[in-house]
Design a binder for this molecule. Structure first.
Ligand SMILES: Cc1cc2nc3c(=O)[nH]c(=O)nc-3n(C[C@H](O)[C@H](O)[C@H](O)COP(=O)(O)OP(=O)(O)OC[C@H]3O[C@@H](n4cnc5c(N)ncnc54)[C@H](O)[C@@H]3O)c2cc1C
Length: 382
């Protein structure tokens, strides 16, 4: 008798969602991951010394517009009512982000009304939005040169190690400007952190005994992997095809950890560093994501990670797809090859070379499961 119906490569959110749904439909998936934990890049652990939940691959905040995704994740964990807030350090002063009326009034040392602030910002803009070719042109057309230079220019330069005049305009979509005092970072109706931590959420997703998980198991290097099974592959697409069209470009992040015997170091979860004088892009104070864990939150110990962004080398963790023209051409080549693979479905951020938030990853996995994986499994049962 066949032991498994499906091989899932990668125990990140995409692979876990596929495995959970497969088991729910009565199938037995084998999930493998080359790392020694599940959860992929959204993995977190509780620090032994402080009890603080640390997000090993950078801060993860759950937020979604999708009721379907929200209902889905709530099947496996309850969520806190956490609302995300970000601040920025510029020339020795702290400002609320995203840019809102509070930021603008503080920057110009004024008490403008929304209308007055709008007029002032408009008077500082340059060029027409529709003609903007670079990130700099788009940003200056939207928020004016002053605010761009204070909060966007150097931060973006550090994030991409590229002059914003050489970056495509489409990157500047994530930071809105608000002419009110709303400083909430996300506007999604559903937000919060898993009450028992991300790892507990991931563990609950694969509770079904039909799911088998094999860790420290590399699809390409472990000869025991049953490669003849229908497969969902969530590893890097270029690696799957032996880099035949070239190596796709990624950005990675280095983290520098600091520990303090203080209740709080920076008083907020995320502090952006807006100037070139500080080479890090931002600092994360992890305990601030969980104010409900009172004992840990109020203890006189805290952990802060400074983030430094750079181009990924061959052995670095791939974090953000760069997406140059050359990358896009390579990807098109890989996508054409992927179409020819009848028993392998590609998905997730590495399998599709795309930046997905966690909710988008889950939404995509749920859809791909219905459209591609389930029909493949049903065919296999015939
Ligand atoms: C720094 C950073 C911050 C982020 N913050 C947020 C946030 O605040 N909110 C949000 O919603 N989203 C955030 N995201 C996005 C989130 O991390 C992704 O949506 C999610 O992790 C994607 O899941 P995935 O399964 O597609 O990929 P991954 O999590 O990367 O999982 C893929 C898995 O495949 C495994 N794998 C690869 N190759 C092999 C192989 N050969 N053999 C076996 N296993 C293999 C990897 O080890 C990995 O575990 C952030 C991402 C980054 C990089």
């Amino acid at each position: 008798m066949k032991k498994y119906d499906l091989l899932v490569v990668g125990a990140g959110l995409f692979g876990l969602t596929i495995s959970q749904r497969a088991a729910e439909e009565g199938y037995s998936p084998l999930v493998i991951d080359k790392r020694n934990h599940i959860g992929g890049n959204a993995y977190s652990y509780f620090d032994r010394d402080t009890g603080i939940e640390i997000h090993k691959y950078g801060a993860h905040l759950f937020h979604t517009k999708s009721e379907k995704v929200w209902k889905y994740v709530n099947r496996f964990s309850s969520f806190t009512s956490y609302r995300h807030h970000v601040f920025a350090l510029h020339e020795g002063r702290i400002y609320p982000m995203p840019i809102n009326l509070g930021t603008i009034n503080q920057y110009y040392s004024s008490a403008m009304s929304p209308e007055q602030a709008k007029k002032l910002v408009e008077s500082k803009t340059e060029g027409a939005l529709k003609d903007a070719k670079s990130l700099e042109e788009r940003a200056v057309a939207l928020i004016g040169r002053d605010l761009y230079e204070a909060f966007i220019r150097d931060y973006t330069y550090k994030q991409w190690q590229t002059d914003p005049r050489d970056l495509t305009a489409s990157i500047f979509t994530r930071l809105p400007i608000r002419f009110n005092y709303d400083a909430s970072y996300f506007t999604d109706p559903y937000q919060g952190q898993p009450k028992e931590g991300f790892c507990s959420l991931f563990g609950s997703m694969i509770q079904d005994p039909k799911i088998e998980v094999r860790l420290e198991c590399d699809y390409f290097e472990d000869s025991s992997v049953p490669k003849d099974l229908p497969t969902v592959y969530t590893g890097p697409i270029d690696r799957y095809f032996g880099y035949r069209c070239g190596v796709l470009g990624w950005r990675t992040i280095d983290f520098k950890e600091k520990r303090y015997d203080l209740e709080s170091f920076q008083g907020c979860p995320v502090l952006n560093k807006s100037d070139m004088t500080d080479p890090s892009t931002r600092s994360i104070e992890f305990k601030a994501f969980n104010p409900e864990r009172k004992e840990v939150f109020e203890s006189k110990k805290t952990v802060v990670w400074d983030e430094y962004s750079r181009f990924a080398g061959k052995d670095d963790e791939p974090y953000y797809p760069i997406g140059t023209r050359k990358d896009k051409d390579m990807l098109a080549g890989y996508e054409a090859m992927a179409k020819e693979e009848k028993k392998v479905v590609f998905g997730g951020r590495l399998g599709e070379y795309a930046y997905y938030n966690m909710d988008q990853t889950i939404a995509s996995a749920l859809e791909i499961f219905e459209k591609k994986v389930l029909p493949m499994l049903r065919n296999g049962k015939k």
